[in-house]
Ligand binder design. Structure first.
Ligand code: PLP
Length: 386
């Protein structure tokens, strides 16, 4: 055992693989539930796109959270894990007809709609099924977030949502449709947000829009503020559970709710990020010019975040206690961006050592690809190694 890893039990396991520490996951879920329960109008959905591993989803279902899905496949994964359809919301800028039909057949809680053409199709398909679809409009609040440019979503330039200027028009259209029930407003400004002032800015914007609606005597049932709470990638042990208390308190303090309105959160990364690690074996230690490389059997096909948006993952040699040396930690894929970290201090590395890439529970396994004809990594929970 080194740190929290049962290293001896990894000996015969094929690498690379994802390892999910269910103790961390359950503690995180308990904290989310405890902190959200302080505010009776708050309810939390899990954003399935962060990690749809069936074992992980099943544990999340046990905690009672709903699901935020962005595809028909995710709706299926959520239902398969036992999440009730009336706790599923369906978001996404490009929903295909079959996906809308699937949501209607299951009778999901709400469609988060991003355009008038999409609204028209949902109305038409709901009509064919003789149903009324609950819809919320995803409004682009033009609020920036202090995060990587590739993961901001709430700026006017982003493809997501309906512009604030078009909100009234879209609502007018919805109110004329017989197979649509307008129930809420939806927002999501981005991901890996640690500066609470970004969420305050969103609250202020939501308050303004609510004033506009109120002037038209419209009060929606739900305000969905999306997800985006970040995690501490630098210190996965020191802060394994994100500060949900501060997060929910920010919304409680700044969002002006009307009577009977509920607030929905859609958290992905903050729920599953810290429980997961990618475990890999060192294939070779290679001497370069003025540096040495630790060449792993895991690459960007298993964990693409560093290559995709220069994301940082803490890297540990969990097989060695020897003095630290600096390595460029790289994968085997034929791409120069297949690098997990440069000049990383690791306990001296030798062939066969196990390397953990920490905080990889969100947007890790789910983003894996078979590029270079590689096999997808397996995912195991800590309970499978007891
Ligand atoms: C991705 C996404 C989320 C979850 O984002 P996290 O940063 O993982 O919390 C929530 N809502 C929507 C609409 C999303 O697209």
């Amino acid at each position: 055992m080194k740190g929290a890893f049962p290293v001896e039990k990894f000996k015969d396991v094929r690498t690379p693989f994802y390892y999910y520490d269910t103790k961390v996951l359950r503690e995180t879920l308990n904290t989310v539930n405890k902190e959200a329960a302080k505010y009776e109008k708050f309810s939390v959905h899990y954003a399935v796109k962060a990690n749809a591993n069936h074992k992980v989803l099943s544990i999340i279902r046990e905690s009672g959270l709903g699901a935020d899905c962005v595809s028909g496949g995710e709706i299926r994964a959520a239902v398969k894990a036992g999440i009730p359809a009336n706790k599923i919301v369906f978001a996404g800028v490009g929903k295909a007809d079959w996906e809308i039909n699937l949501g209607l057949e299951y009778g999901i809680f709400c469609f988060n709609v991003e355009s008038i053409p999409e609204l028209e199709i949902i109305n038409e398909l709901a009509g064919v099924q003789g149903k009324v679809a609950n819809v919320a409009f995803r409004i682009n609040p033009n609020v920036g977030a202090h995060t990587h440019a590739n993961i901001t979503t709430g700026l006017a330039e982003n493809k997501f949502g309906i512009s604030m200027g078009d909100m009234d028009k879209v609502i007018d259209v919805a109110l004329t449709m017989s197979n649509i029930k307008f129930v809420g407003l939806h927002f999501h400004i981005g991901s890996q947000i640690l500066d609470m002032s970004d969420f305050v800015a969103l609250c202020n914007r939501v308050n303004e829009l609510q004033e506009k609606l109120f002037a038209r005597q419209i009060i929606v049932e739900h305000i969905n503020v999306g997800g985006g709470l970040g995690i501490d990638y630098k210190h996965p042990n020191r802060q394994s559970i994100p500060d949900f208390a501060a997060y929910f308190a920010t919304y409680a303090q700044h969002l002006k709710l009307r009577p009977r309105q509920t607030v929905h959160f859609e958290l992905g990364r903050a729920i599953v990020g810290q429980c997961g690690s990618l475990i890999s074996r060192v294939l070779y230690v290679k001497q370069g010019t003025n540096k040495q490389f630790a060449v792993l059997d895991a690459g960007m096909t298993d964990l693409i975040r560093p290559a995709l948006y220069q994301a940082f993952h803490k890297i540990e040699n969990i097989s060695s206690e020897e003095p630290v040396e600096a390595y460029d930690v790289v994968g085997p894929i034929c791409e120069s961006s297949d690098v997990f970290g440069k000049a990383i201090d690791l306990n001296k590395v030798k062939r066969g050592d196990l390397i953990a890439l920490r905080s990889a529970g969100a947007y890790g396994e789910i983003m894996a690809s078979t590029y270079n004809c590689r096999e997808l990594p397996q995912g195991y929970t800590s309970e499978e190694f007891i």
